[in-house]
Design a binder for this molecule. Structure first.
Ligand SMILES: [Zn+2]
Length: 234
């Protein structure tokens, strides 16, 4: 069958069906979404860093950056390590270990953690997303140590993300873990793809997304209480 890839509609259809790009890389490893996760052993990650360093060196050549310039000599290596072990770490590392506790006192009010750091990378431009996140939930049978929420946000943030999906992934994960009566995730952040380039938005420009599940989706008073508590200054 001959395909006319100038046909935008056809191209979009193929994209949607996952037919346009390969499903595995040259070494046969499965390719997965930028904000997905597959645990990859340390040795394989080290190999990724080696391969990536070579490719970044080629990029320097294309951009005509002389690597004899002492400021650029080791930059391909630094970039390779940074992408594999820091900025995309959540793609390759196992989920944080989280202990849940029985809700012995039958707490049935909102439990909130706010000011959780969000440092991520946008999938569209690979620029920083920097901001914070507030999470609230109404326990059912289980509660979680609040510091653990920071780990969960970190794990999902250290991937190529779009903010809308980051909030949904965090909410899905907590729903699975705690089966709460309500869960809410509000993220407020700056997107450097909008600040450093493109529309060159004001540095104060922020994107706010919210995910409300369970009683937070249906009970207006509870939702208002949550929103009030996360915006109040401490
Ligand atoms: Zn972007």
């Amino acid at each position: 069958m001959l395909l006319d890839l100038d046909d935008e509609e056809l191209r979009h259809n193929l994209l949607r069906q996952g037919l346009l790009y390969p499903k595995t890389n040259a070494e046969g490893h499965e390719l997965f979404d930028a904000n997905g996760n597959r645990q990859i052993p340390t040795e394989e990650r080290e190999r990724m860093v080696e391969q990536l360093e070579k490719k970044f060196s080629e990029i320097f050549d294309i951009l005509r950056i002389d690597r004899n310039d002492p400021n650029s000599t080791d930059t391909p290596f630094r970039l390779a390590k940074m992408w594999v072990n820091e900025l995309f770490d959540g793609r390759f590392s196992e989920a944080p270990r989280i202990t849940v506790f029985p809700n012995r006192k039958e707490v049935d009010e909102l439990v909130i953690s706010k000011g959780i750091k969000v440092m991520s990378v946008c999938s569209h431009h690979w620029q920083a997303i920097s901001g914070d996140c507030a999470i609230g939930y109404v326990p059912n049978d289980k509660v979680i140590g609040l510091s653990k929420l920071t780990r969960v946000v970190e794990w999902f943030s250290r991937r190529g993300q779009i903010q809308e999906e980051l909030g949904e992934q965090i909410a899905d994960y907590l729903t699975e873990l705690l089966d709460p009566l309500a869960v809410g995730v509000v993220i407020k952040s700056k997107h450097y793809c909008m600040i450093a380039r493109g529309v060159e938005a004001n540095e104060q420009a922020e994107m706010v997304t919210s995910v409300m599940r369970g009683e937070l989706a249906t009970n207006q008073a509870l939702r208002n209480e949550f929103l009030k508590l996360i915006t109040e200054r401490s």
